[in-house]
Write a protein that binds this ligand. Structure first.
Ligand code: SF4
Length: 327
């Protein structure tokens, strides 16, 4: 069976212009480069990395909020990259986005019931009574109740507002939810509740998730596969257990060393890898491997190859773009 979502060689470059005293200068920022992955129906892929790694830009291109510079985004075989609105319109029902800040994405003047009904009106789905019944059922599905339908967003907590955002995203019966850091703004205890809700909804509605997070711990329980991004590229892509048990890229190892461990004895014995320096400037990315200025393991690669030659991401079930992981 073909993948629900297939992304190939996706690129996004932004051009910025600044006016100096004598001339205007143009800069190009390579925000996303050569990103490829597939997502099966009913499964979840986590996209993880620091701020500026390109994960949110990738999500926004897939959701149709940003036009890719080049590359392909296929939803069930339909090409969406650069597609006209007539192509996008029927696909929007199948692909919905959930945002990091639920408050900013909800209209403060609209009741929660009206918020959930709105996408059904836009897509001309059902009759008014059917829409109301469906909105109430969705509020219950996300752990709210019919009594909440007449309230406004400011009357809810952050976690409840994210539940409203999820109910609204489900209104059109999507197959794929693109979730852009949906729990980052929530308290840790509320994060766990919302992650559990995502799992329940996945089982109930057969949803696929592209789940963006900056923290590997967040995607661990939800996503079967995880892609780690650095400086606009995927540097490691692997099944979850394989990635957690035997990470191959030094950047992934550093991220994993920061994941909290519940067992205090294990936590004391674990080596914490502290990354030196900052993520690279996307205006002027480093030559060779983009991670090389921060990588403590480059000394193991002969002839300073890391500074000269960018390692490719191989096509394997567990792949890492690192000269050390090439067999
Ligand atoms: Fe480190 Fe070199 Fe591997 Fe890059 S290619 S992650 S610099 S060892």
């Amino acid at each position: 069976m073909s993948a629900l979502l297939s992304v190939r060689a996706l690129e996004k470059r932004f051009t910025t212009r600044s006016r100096g005293l004598f001339r205007r200068t143009t800069h190009t920022v390579q925000a996303v480069a050569d990103v490829s992955f597939e997502l099966e129906r009913g499964s979840a892929l986590g996209l993880v990395g620091e701020s500026g790694s390109g994960k949110s830009t990738t999500a926004r291109m897939i959701a149709g909020l940003l036009a890719p510079t080049s590359g392909s985004i296929r939803l069930d075989g339909v090409e969406l990259a650069g597609a006209a609105e007539a192509v996008w319109r029927p696909q929007r029902r199948r692909l919905q986005m959930i945002f990091q800040d639920p408050y900013a994405s909800l209209d403060p003047r609209r009741t929660v019931g009206a918020t959930v009904i709105e996408p059904m009106i836009v897509q001309r789905l059902g009759k008014p009574r059917e829409r109301r019944v469906r909105a109430l059922a969705l509020l219950e599905a996300v752990g709210l109740s019919a009594a909440h339908a007449g309230r406004y967003p400011h009357e809810f907590s952050g976690g409840q507002r994210q539940r409203v955002g999820i109910a609204r995203a489900l209104a059109l019966e999507p197959e794929l939810l693109v979730c852009d850091e949906p729990v980052s703004a929530l308290d840790v205890s509320v994060q766990a509740q919302i992650i559990n809700l995502f799992k329940e909804l996945q089982e109930r509605f057969g949803l696929a998730y592209l789940f963006i997070a900056h923290d590997l711990a967040v995607v661990r329980s939800l996503c079967e596969r995880i892609a780690v991004m650095y400086a606009g590229r995927i540097v490691e892509l692997a099944p979850r257990d394989s990635l957690f048990d035997s990470p191959r890229h030094p950047y992934t190892r550093a991220l994993l060393s920061a994941v909290p461990i519940a067992d205090p004895v294990l936590a004391r014995t674990r080596e914490r890898i502290v990354l030196l320096g900052d993520p690279p400037s996307l205006h002027a990315p480093p030559s060779g491997c983009p991670f090389h200025p921060r990588c403590s393991e480059r000394v193991r690669v002969k002839g300073d190859r890391c500074a000269r030659e960018r390692p490719e991401l191989p096509h394997e079930s567990h792949s890492a773009a690192c000269h050390l992981s090439v067999k």
